[in-house]
Ligand binder design. Structure first.
Ligand code: TYD
Length: 214
């Protein structure tokens, strides 16, 4: 089995750029890496992403939203993540099941118990070995976005504050799997910390480099 790492955080925290950078660095070191993202990463996920993000569509109910995100997750887990882990890859996923707890649970106010059941179905019980939470004040994070582009970026600040607090709570409840990083620091500084955390985890799991390819 490989190693499963997810990136979590609010919009504008730099998560996607850090995920790309980490994947590139691990690949440079010779590790087999699969990078993917949610919602998306499969043809079904790409279609669902369009509906979920469409700025004009405010008619999606919180329950429908939950089911659409987890439908995309189910497909991604079965088609991309599990096969890659079985091949011994380091899988880096930009958002995973904890996004649903933070956004649909703490943000929208859906029952956390219901979300746990639906997430269990979508992931078949798979959880990331490491969750990297890029934490920052949502007000500052949203300032980094020039224009609100999608339904979530149009949400009020209070929504994003609830999401952030939800994430921090998840991290407190499971400190052995979560690492909280201050994303208001400089990008290279945060990238170095991520690299150190991941390097020590990779060493402890004994994942082999494919140096013959280089
Ligand atoms: P995306 O453009 O990928 O945002 P980001 O770059 O911040 O990751 O859009 C994904 C949006 O969907 C983001 O606002 C968070 C939201 N989301 C949920 O509400 N629940 C979920 O389960 C997932 C995966 C994402």
């Amino acid at each position: 089995m490989g190693l499963f790492i997810s990136f979590e955080g609010c919009e504008g925290c730099g998560k996607s750029t850090q995920a790309k950078r980490l994947a590139a660095e691990l690949q440079r070191q010779g590790y087999p890496v699969t990078r993917t993202y949610e919602p998306g990463g499969t043809p079904l996920g790409a279609q669902l992403r369009r509906y979920l993000k469409r700025a004009s569509d405010s008619t999606i109910s919180p329950e429908a939203e939950l089911l659409l995100f987890t439908a995309a997750r189910s497909q991604l887990t079965r088609d991309i993540i599990l096969p890659a882990l079985e091949q011994g890859h380091i899988v880096i996923c930009d958002r995973y099941s904890d996004s649903t707890v933070a956004y649909q649970g703490y943000g929208r106010g859906l029952s956390l118990d219901t979300i746990a059941v639906v997430n269990q179905l979508a992931t078949n019980g798979l959880r990331p070995d490491l969750v990297l939470l890029l934490d920052m004040d949502p007000f500052c994070a949203l300032q980094r976005k020039k224009m609100p582009r999608d339904r979530f970026e149009h949400e009020v600040l209070d929504f994003h504050q609830r999401v952030r607090n939800g994430y921090l709570r998840l991290a407190r409840e499971d400190p052995s799997r979560w690492v909280v990083l201050d994303a208001s620091h400089s990008f290279p500084g945060t990238a170095r910390t991520i690299q150190q955390v991941v390097s020590s985890l990779v060493k402890s799991t004994g994942i082999l480099q494919q140096l013959s390819e280089h």
